[in-house]
Design a protein around this ligand. Structure first.
Ligand code: GCU
Length: 568
């Protein structure tokens, strides 16, 4: 079900008991049955009692020193009491668990979920006891070859129960899902559908927007699905005016309240239009990490820290990389008037020839769209980043996923990011056929860092082998250790702030030449933890491409972008 925050919830956040199980021994011991020794001579070689406690939500790596770089199984246990009422239903909901979760309830396996960044739930109505109930979750953040992401990626692999957990109570028949947004290309026609959990036909659903005195009645078909299209005089959401409306969806006794903005986003030739007007996307890449607390983000104050820094940089958009971030961040961006690019971790080394991978991509994409489709701040679905053209099934799989995504939501831009362009004789040649399925030509390029300039940035030319589509520089930049300047280095060398600043100044010179440039997104807002960054003098487990250090200190390059966005 969507709109978790509007549901009747019993939060199960707080202290959870854990067993750290590096060898996965607990599977054989059936930890979830919590067998107790009976006879005097009997004993068990596992127990939660006497063990560590971890905060949920919260990644486990930042909570216990012995879990610093841990990748493996951690069993998590929580007990709770719930009054069970006739006619009510109960669901156990997880905001996210990285990477796999096997969930047991009162000793019974409810099911599993794969993917660290999207919500899932299980119905527990029949298993719920009036007395003490026990949840045991086998969390496992080990990287797997046919996973999403695969076994190699450039961010910290925070594991565990990283987002909210709750028991949701519903009526027997309840509103499971709905989509209420402006019709594609329209500024006054709203398309709405509502789906009940249950194939009840002819159920009356009331949809209302009190602020504009609007309400209408819909009736479900025999699939429990109701559709409507109506005209409404709405103020449109935009970064300048992030207007949202209270929307009520009612059936029987049930009333779901949501806060929804209405806006139209589309591409026309090489322009991106928001509410029919050309807009330049002033973005920045953000990983879901609280740099000051050195942990996975999990609450509103984490979101506020990141989004405030993006606003201060002059952004009207954030690219949330490379996985769906917490819904709290999306909602806050919407309130603050910041557009959002949301993405699934189809990242670099994806094993497209493994038959299970395409299904995993489909599931993760559907879960991302389902959760955030009513959040108007989200204007882009990013479906892949830097996958390799030579990989078997890559294009076919991504083309199919693009169509599936369009079926679920035709109102947003759908984008694939590549870094496959050739750069020779100071000229870019953008050719990757993945762009045939992408609404933007989204290019990652690190000229001046991984690849030296081959001439003056002012003369760098771009050859783009695609019919007019907007070009978006989705990543660019270079590394610098905050405070390491030419004074210390005695020259403007790599890792100095001045070197990074120069990269940005040159990039901006080059941007003038890019035909159809609709926006850009520096890599990255804050330095962030990455286990693949091993230069002990300058990186020490950090990707140092931040415009801000992990302590929030602005590097010289920060002002280059700040001033550029001011001019734009
Ligand atoms: C890539 C990739 C990022 C990575 C960055 C880098 O383009 O998309 O995830 O962190 O480059 O090399 O720093």
């Amino acid at each position: 079900m969507i709109n978790f925050a509007a549901r009747d919830r019993k939060m199960l956040n707080g202290k959870w008991q854990v067993i750290i199980d590096p060898f996965g021994t607990g599977d054989g011991k059936q930890v979830w049955l919590e067998k107790m020794p009976v006879a005097k001579t009997e004993f068990t070689e596992f127990s939660f009692n006497g063990g560590s406690l971890l905060n949920v939500p919260g990644d486990f790596n930042s909570q216990l020193p012995e879990l610093g770089y841990y990748e493996g199984v951690v069993w998590c246990k929580k007990q709770f009491r719930q009054i069970k009422k006739q006619g009510e239903r109960y669901f156990l909901y997880f905001g996210a668990v990285n990477y796999t979760a096997d969930v047991f309830f009162n000793g019974i396996k409810l099911g599993s979920h794969e993917g660290g960044f999207t919500p899932f739930q299980f119905e527990i109505t029949d298993l719920l006891k009036g007395s003490e109930n026990t949840i045991i979750v086998r969390t496992d953040n080990r990287r797997i070859k046919n996973g999403l992401p695969g076994s190699g990626f450039d961010w910290f692999n925070y594991g565990g129960i990283t987002r909210d957990v709750a028991i949701i109570t519903t009526e027997q028949l309840f509103i499971k899902d709905y989509f209420i947004q402006l019709k594609k290309g329209s500024t006054d026609t709203v398309c709405a559908w509502v789906k009940l959990d249950g194939k009840e036909s002819n159920v009356e659903i009331k949809l209302s927007i009190p602020e504009i005195n609007f309400s209408c009645k819909l009736r479900t078909d025999d699939m429990g699905y109701a559709v409507s299209e109506f005209k409404a005089g709405l103020k449109l959401w935009s970064p300048k005016n992030p207007k949202r409306y209270k929307v009520l969806i009612e059936q029987g006794e049930e009333k779901i309240i949501d806060t929804i903005g209405f806006r139209n986003i589309e591409v026309k030739g090489t322009d991106v239009l928001l509410n029919g007007e050309k807009i330049f996307l002033k973005a920045v890449n953000i990983h879901e990490e609280n740099p000051l607390k050195k942990r996975r983000c999990m609450n509103e104050s984490d979101a506020l820290l990141l989004l405030t820094a993006a606003k201060e940089l002059g952004c009207n958009m954030v690219r949330l990389v490379h996985y769906p971030h917490n819904e709290k961040t999306i909602k806050m961006a919407e309130e603050m008037g910041i557009m959002v690019w949301s993405e699934i971790p189809v990242y670099q080394h994806i094993n497209f020839s493994d038959s299970s991978v395409s299904g995993k991509i489909q599931t993760m994409m559907s879960e991302m769209v389902a959760r955030d489709k009513n959040h108007c701040a989200v204007i882009v679905w990013g479906l892949s980043n830097e996958t390799y053209p030579g990989t078997l099934n890559r294009n076919a799989t991504l083309a199919r996923i693009t169509n599936e995504c369009k079926k679920l939501d035709s109102t947003r831009l759908i984008v694939h990011v590549a870094n496959t362009q050739d750069y020779s004789n100071n000229m870019f040649n953008v050719w990757d056929s993945i762009y045939n399925y992408s609404d933007l030509i989204a290019v990652n390029e690190y000229i001046g860092w991984y690849i030296p300039w081959q001439g003056s940035p002012m003369q760098t030319r771009w050859e783009i082998k695609f019919p007019a589509k907007p070009v978006f520089i989705s990543e660019f930049g270079g590394e610098a250790l905050s405070g390491y300047t030419k004074t210390k280095a005695k020259t403007v060398s790599v890792w100095t702030e001045e070197y990074q600043e120069e990269i940005y100044e040159n990039q901006i010179r080059m941007f003038e030449n890019i035909p159809g440039l609709c926006g850009l997104s520096p890599w990255i807002l804050f330095d962030y933890k990455s286990p693949v960054r091993l230069n002990q003098q300058f990186q020490r487990g950090y990707n140092r491409k931040g415009l801000l250090s992990e302590n929030g200190i602005k590097k010289m390059a920060w002002s280059v972008i700040r001033n550029y966005y001011r001019r734009k």
